[in-house]
Design a protein around this ligand. Structure first.
Ligand SMILES: Nc1ncnc2c1ncn2[C@@H]1O[C@H](COP(=O)(O)OP(=O)(O)O)[C@@H](O)[C@H]1O
Ligand SMILES: [Mg+2]
Length: 339
């Protein structure tokens, strides 16, 4: 399969009030053409920094890509200058964010904002751009698109604003759409609608999607493959069907156990695993997950496990074999995950 994106050993750092931190520390993964890949992890895992690095937006907020390559369609984005990136951003790669209100300009109408972004990348008249904007609004399922064009962002609901953002992102037929927690600010019904829209658009437009979410339940529904991140590192990369059947990393297992159950009980914190993600200027010496891991041994506390290939996946855990066997027994007992 052809790859649309290859991220190789990405390291992104920030100089902040607490000193220098690496928010993303040696992250590698790829996305195939037409594939949806989800990046999952608790808040502070480096998911947004990964996407902002790909878009080369970290430079605009004190960040710096320190190492690695970001190969998009065969070209390394880390070598592009600001002008080249402006052309790539919003045309071949587009991004949508969690809170569309902050990404939309409050003083311009929806129509003006969409048509301006079309005109930035494509040669056409203002009138033609407005017609295209109207088509895009109906494509993303907004009723009365003509009326919407004349409205300001604050006149729309959260779900409608996210649809407007998606319309803007699609204006130039991107090959890769990066969606960073696009439904986190929305209620569950609207969330389901937006996810369904993304699924439909991916199929129709043959795009790849990199979807970022802290909710592994959303990832399971949406993706072909899942990347689990924790404190700036990749913990596991796996086909979605494999991850549901059997998580290979204890952190993945903890995330899956926090998914709402059939009876609607929603885990607010990671069931069975206490504590929280370490702060990046006080990282543990060994595995970053070790302080919260039920399997952690001396080795885990002293040495960082590398990400290694295991079956059809990649996993960073010293005890992966032991854990797989243990998980097997437990699952056998519960009668879950039986093929
Ligand atoms: N603009 C910034 N300045 C300094 N540190 C930042 C900045 N953005 C992110 N970070 C650091 O990177 C960490 C990971 O952030 P982020 O990628 O936003 O996590 P998430 O997985 O929740 O999207 C944060 O906890 C913070 O320490
Ligand atoms: Mg984020």
């Amino acid at each position: 399969m052809a790859k649309i994106l290859e991220v190789k050993n990405l390291v992104t750092g920030y100089r902040g009030k607490d000193g220098f931190i690496k928010a993303v520390d040696g992250v590698s993964f790829d996305i195939e053409k037409g594939e949806t890949v989800c990046i999952v992890g608790e808040s502070g895992s480096g998911k947004s920094v990964t996407s902002m690095s790909i878009m080369r937006l970290v430079e605009y907020e004190n960040g710096q890509i320190l190492d690695g390559e970001i190969i998009f369609n065969g070209e390394d984005l880390t070598t592009k200058n600001a002008e080249q990136m402006r052309k790539i951003r919003g045309s071949k790669v587009s991004m949508i964010f969690q809170e569309p209100l902050t990404a939309l300009n409050p003083v311009f109408t929806v129509g003006k904002q969409i048509s301006e972004s079309i005109l930035f990348h494509q040669k056409m008249t203002k009138q033609e751009a407005l017609i295209k904007a109207e088509e895009l609004l109906s494509l993303v399922g907004l009723s009365e698109p003509k009326t919407r064009l004349k409205q300001y962002p604050h006149e729309l609901s959260g779900g409608m604003r996210q649809r407007v953002m998606i319309a803007m992102a699609l204006a130039t037929n991107p090959e890769l759409l990066i969606a960073d927690e696009p439904t986190t600010a929305l209620d569950v019904t609207i969330e389901a609608q937006i996810l369904e829209l993304l699924r439909k658009l991916r199929e129709q437009n043959d795009m790849s999607i990199m979807l970022i979410t802290h909710d592994i339940g959303v990832a399971v529904e949406m993706s072909h493959r899942i990347i689990i991140m924790y404190a700036g590192k990749v913990m596991e990369i796996s086909e979605t069907s494999d991850i549901i059947r059997k998580p290979y990393h204890p952190y993945t297992k903890a995330l899956l156990e926090s998914v709402p159950t059939m009876d609607g009980e929603r885990g607010t914190e990671l069931k069975s695993i206490k504590g929280s993600i370490p702060s990046l200027n006080q990282l543990p010496k060994g595995c970053r997950f070790a302080p919260r891991c039920p399997l952690a041994t001396e080795q885990c506390h002293s040495q960082e496990p590398p990400l290694v290939a295991k079956d059809n996946r990649q996993v960073a855990c010293w005890h992966v074999d032991k854990f797989i066997n243990q998980a097997d027994t437990e699952q056998g007992r519960e009668g879950d995950y039986v093929e």
